[in-house]
Design a binder for this molecule. Sequence first.
Ligand SMILES: Cc1cc2nc3c(=O)[nH]c(=O)nc-3n(C[C@H](O)[C@H](O)[C@H](O)COP(=O)(O)OP(=O)(O)OC[C@H]3O[C@@H](n4cnc5c(N)ncnc54)[C@H](O)[C@@H]3O)c2cc1C
Length: 428
Amino acid sequence: MTLTPGITAHPFWQNANVPTLAERPLPAQVDALIVGGGYTGLSAARETAAAGLGTLVLEAGRIGAGCSGRNGGQVAYSLKPSLASLSAAHGPERAFAICREAFEAIAHLRALATAAGADCDWQERGCFYGAHTRRQFERMAQEAESQPRGLEQRISVVPRAEQRREIASDYYHGGCVYHDDASVDPMKLLLALLRRATEQGAMVSDRCRAESIRAVGGGFEVLTSRGVVRARKVLIATNGYSGALSPWHRRRVIPIGSYQICTEPLDVDRVRSLIPNGRNVVDSRRVVVYYRPSADGRRLVFGGRAALSEQDPLACVARLQSMMTRIFPQLSAARIDHAWVGWVAYTFDTMPHLGEREGIHYCMGYCGQGVPLAPYFGMRIGQQMAGLPRGRTALDGLAFPTRPYYGGTPWFLAPSVWAYRTLDELGW
Ligand SMILES: Cc1cc2nc3c(=O)[nH]c(=O)nc-3n(C[C@H](O)[C@H](O)[C@H](O)COP(=O)(O)OP(=O)(O)OC[C@H]3O[C@@H](n4cnc5c(N)ncnc54)[C@H](O)[C@@H]3O)c2cc1C
């Protein structure tokens, strides 16, 4: 293993651009209090503030502490359940409307990221989806050729014999190119959303944790690490970091660590030789890996599920590096200079959920696909809080399931990852 001396357990995206927010006294009373300063919370705050509600966002860490400042920046159609399974559960019309929301989410993100001054390193170069078995390749090719009408994506099937056009590796059995996929610098996107929220008048306080929420006289009293704030409306936007603040939500999201490493700066031609079209790459394994060149084309950012149980990101470097060099032996001498982890939020039905319970709004559960979904559904829940009809979505009112004996600690994760990894290795 080749670690760069001084390797940092810190997201590569946060090298230069993490702002220090001024610590201002909290207001005693606001209209809308939003817990969580990631894509969801800041997008919601922009809407409530724009609708004239006095808005306060509380972020326990520094801006970027959650997933939104440390993800892979890959943008893809992002609802996990198929149209067929959604149709079986909700009927064909609603299922179609649910799937369309995911297209709306990408269009919304594209508009945000390409707006004047947004400066998010948005690149529309597509994604190569590698098949880890021949059977997976056949399934992918078949799905690409029979896309549901109205939900089509631009997809090209790439047989194994032509794969080197896409990736300098024989690891895969062919794959598909999703031409509409894109990439973004996740931290720059977060800062753009922060600017949009504050420009509308929202106040954002970081290093301030919401400790408890109590219903009082038609509103709420929120105890924070810096005093009490009364709020007419509250949004929980804590996603994979949902904790003791709201046990009901905590029982409904499964926090799963996703780990990333980043190579030291390499020669641009060397990175281009690995992924000639500069695309994102993901693969069909159950324990998926995802990677892409950095926006300047000089590094490879590589991520996946490195450990059975949660670990220090530096302890996972060797495993991730060996996963990377199985695909690209050419990188066996490349040094790694950043490694980090973040907690994505899975749900028991693999759907995001937004709504209101006992007067408290919530929006979470993007199952590792929140780059497009969180800014979009965050916007919608903010509009719902402001009472705007355009905030309605096809997901409203979906039951948010939990399981017996689940309190928020996924005790089943290590055996599940082990089983999935074994199935992947066996090519099933
Ligand atoms: C390593 C990694 C790679 C990923 N790659 C991709 C990708 O390529 N594409 C993609 O679509 N998605 C990806 N994701 C997922 C995506 O980043 C998330 O779905 C998205 O950022 C969720 O945004 P959010 O605002 O809901 O949550 P977060 O950004 O996690 O924000 C929640 C915030 O709530 C705060 N909080 C929690 N409790 C409290 C409290 N009591 N008081 C105050 N604040 C609190 C936390 O500190 C946290 O900052 C990845 C995630 C990780 C970790």
